[in-house]
Design a protein around this ligand. Structure first.
Ligand code: ADP
Ligand code: MG
Length: 563
């Protein structure tokens, strides 16, 4: 059996190896190779710098776990910027210490402090917490900080960014001077060196893995799509539609962007959730947990809110907006292509941002090529292919066998079995596989259907009534004198059609077709349409196996249950 010789060679004890095997660690990451031997031999303090997602937690966690002897008073204190991170670090350390009865407990605001005081009374070996709550517990006389073997600042740069500097200073000054102090961080701003100068013993070591060489970038394919700002949402919808296995984080620059993108995708029926600083802690925690459990495939976030969240199996990182600099770019894309899996980093770049992209390319020493967005035909093809694969799977498993008699009966309905099958496809997909039901923005000449100045009309007649778009335009133009090019987007559905037009034109159309038996127009109420789309029961049933849309009700149900 493989007993992970590379970890043993770093000095990791045999008793910890089964935990690593269980976690499917195979080789140490760069920061682990540097930091673990330093921490297991010697007594020096240490600054560890490596990109997000490179295994910094285990880099300090393994030596700490190996060194400590189970006791009662905290022997290691780990400070982290947020409660999610505190929980995540505690979880990671627990999973690394399955063979050792160490008590590892997260402490954070928002949880009953009396509960946390009880935990301390029972005995804690490793306390992980946010500076505020740690300070609070100390002041209440419940947390001892004078028996520490290790004091560790994790995500130190982030804690400084969040203004924890005073709390950190105070906490560190309360700890016993003979502990080892460690700081881990993705970046090394000067303030960190200040802390080091003030609180670390002078001979401290620095373990730094070089900038762009995160272990995962080789597994990450990077490219960009050129997308005008007003088409970004459509572009994102296409990416979602084209990738049935998508499990992605989408990065926006501001909170407002996050909210807007989330809302608009909701209204298009996609299952996405938002994460930013203004969302309540309880909600954030729920969203993160649900995302980790793949309850929904797309998380829309700001950089700060997403910081340190550890998800291993993202298929894509999507830069909805380019980040301000290459450091943030690397952080973002470091979240995919992990744990031996292939990942994709896609950036939406507006024509004006090409120079900014060049700068990022220069900094990271990598070319980021341009790629065309998936065409509508590609999306439809992807859906067809997935469907065919599902069919093949059912056939292979024999799961469809109970329906064979009914199938034979249905086949007699058409003059050819394919006709019956086609009818079934229509029933199942409605118009989903027809190009007309997609919004085409690539030509860019038409006013977008979402143009806020346009009015949306609903015509109670559609493809099954023999209606075609050219016929409709001809009819409207003849009766109203409006030019075809003045009209906005036209969406032809089976039983109805949507026509976008300027308010004045919309009025003209309504007047021209008033009381017409065949052509019955009215103003569409967009909210209703969205709701119908998002919650239509047939859609929910089928989406379960194949796309990212609906299922929102299920998600809410899950949210409600977990409350
Ligand atoms: P960082 O703190 O550097 O952002 P984490 O410590 O959160 O990174 O680790 C990111 C993920 O990588 C975690 O899920 C962790 O379990 C995993 N990981 C850490 N080290 C290894 C390794 N040597 N092999 C495989 N996965 C690892
Ligand atoms: Mg970390």
């Amino acid at each position: 059996m493989n007993n992970l010789p590379e970890f043993l060679a770093l000095g990791v004890a045999e008793e910890l190896i089964p935990a690593l095997i269980a976690k499917n660690f195979q080789t140490p990451s760069a920061i682990q190779s540097l930091a673990i031997p330093l921490l297991l031999s010697g007594e020096k303090d240490l600054i560890g710098q490596a990109l997000t997602g490179t295994g910094k937690t285990a880099a300090f966690g393994l030596p700490v776990i190996q060194t400590l002897v189970p006791g009662k008073t905290p022997q290691a204190l780990i400070l982290a910027p947020t409660r999610e991170l505190s929980i995540q670090i505690a979880d990671e350390l627990r999973s690394l210490s399955v063979n050792k009865p160490l008590r590892i407990v997260p402490f954070f605001g928002g949880q009953l402090i009396t509960f946390q005081m009880d935990e301390l009374k029972k005995g804690v070996d490793i306390a992980v917490g946010t500076p505020g709550r740690i300070m609070d517990l100390y002041r209440r006389g419940k947390l001892r900080l004078d028996q520490l073997k290790f004091a560790i600042l994790d995500e130190a740069d982030e804690m400084l960014d969040m203004g924890f500097i005073d709390d950190i200073r105070e906490i560190l000054s309360l700890t016993n001077p003979d502990k080892r102090m460690l700081m881990f961080s993705a970046t090394m701003p000067p303030e960190i060196m200040d802390i080091a100068a003030e609180f670390m013993r002078p001979e401290y070591e620095i373990a730094k893995t070089s900038g762009g060489s995160a272990t995962n970038t080789t597994l990450t394919e990077q490219y960009f799509h050129e997308v005008k700002r007003e088409h970004k949402l459509d572009a994102l919808s296409r990416l979602i539609d084209a990738n049935s296995e998508l499990y992605a984080m989408v990065f926006c620059r501001t909170r407002a962007d996050v909210d807007e993108v989330t809302e608009k995708l909701h209204s298009r029926g996609y299952r996405v959730e938002a994460l930013h600083g203004e969302i309540s802690q309880a909600q954030r925690l729920r969203v993160i947990n649900a995302f980790k459990k793949h309850k929904f495939p797309l998380l829309i976030a700001t950089d700060v809110a997403a910081r340190g969240i550890d998800v291993n199996d993202l298929t894509h990182v999507i830069n909805y907006s380019l980040p301000q600099n290459s450091d943030i770019y690397i952080h973002r894309i470091g979240r995919t292509g992990r744990a031996g899996r292939h990942g994709v980093a896609v950036s939406f770049v507006t024509p004006g941002e090409r120079r900014k992209l060049k700068l990022i390319e220069k900094d990271i020493g990598n070319e980021i090529p341009l790629k065309k967005l998936p065409e509508i035909a590609d999306i439809i093809e992807a859906k067809k292919q997935l469907f065919a694969e599902n069919i093949a799977l059912l056939l292979e498993n024999g799961d469809a066998a109970p329906y064979i008699n009914f199938a034979e009966e249905l086949c007699t309905l058409g003059s050819h079995p394919a006709e019956a099958l086609a009818a079934m496809l229509k029933l199942y997909f409605k118009d989903e596989l027809l190009p007309e039901s997609y919004r085409d923005f690539s030509g860019g000449k038409q006013k977008s259907a979402t143009d806020p100045n346009m009015k949306k009309l609903l015509l109670f007649s559609g493809r099954t009534d023999g209606l075609t778009v050219p016929e409709l335009i001809r009819e409207i133009c003849e009766r109203t004198g409006i030019k075809g090019s003045q009209l906005g987007k036209i969406i032809l559905r089976a039983d109805k059609t949507f026509i976008n037009a300027s308010p004045a034109d919309a009025e003209k159309i309504l007047a021209a077709f008033k009381n017409d038996k065949k052509w019955h127009f009215k103003y569409d109420s967009p909210k209703e349409e969205h709701r119908k789309k998002a919650y239509s029961p047939e859609k929910e049933k089928k989406k379960k196996i194949k796309t990212h849309k609906p299922l929102r009700e299920e998600f809410f149900k899950w949210i409600a249950e977990s409350e």
